[in-house]
Design a protein around this ligand. Structure first.
Ligand code: DQA
Length: 142
């Protein structure tokens, strides 16, 4: 079982970025916890601040990998192109958000990618990623 986690723009700053909203842990530290927890799973991580690089990664991995956990950051609310890339690939994609986007500004309530993802997880802090991985493992085992 191989799963790719993709983080979009500004998520490289986790730990430093608005800690009241996103917490004070870096993603690298959290990813190590995930690697330990899911030691039988081949977990990969990719982050980019660039829409086209995220699309390229979805194309590259989306025909071979068992699942993708995607936090598209602000591109969630703007990118028809990322939504089209998700529709184009074969691997199931779970949308995740650290914050509860529905508790925040109205502009964050709309997601271009929700309709083309398997499901969405929002508001559980970094644990949203673990829940995303669990969701992919549970559909794979059915
Ligand atoms: C986010 C929520 C988005 O609205 C925001 O633009 C982000 C992070 C989250 O994980 O809560 O960059 O995706």
């Amino acid at each position: 079982m191989n799963i790719l986690i993709i983080n979009g723009p500004n998520l490289n700053l986790l730990g430093k970025r608005e800690p009241g909203i996103y917490g004070s842990d870096t993603f690298e530290d959290y990813f190590n916890i995930l690697l330990e927890k899911f030691n039988g799973v081949d977990l990969e991580y990719f982050q980019s601040n660039h829409e086209g690089e995220i699309i390229d990664k979805l194309h590259e991995k989306g025909f071979e990998i068992d699942g993708i956990v995607l936090n598209a950051g602000a591109f969630t609310h703007t990118s028809l192109a990322i939504a089209d890339a998700i529709s184009a690939i074969k691997s199931p994609v779970v949308e995740v958000h650290i914050s509860n986007v529905f508790k925040r500004e109205a502009v964050r309530h709309h997601s271009f990618i929700s309709p083309v993802c398997m499901g969405s997880i929002s508001g559980f802090g970094l644990d949203s990623y673990r829940l995303g991985v669990e969701a992919l493992l549970s559909i794979k085992s059915k």
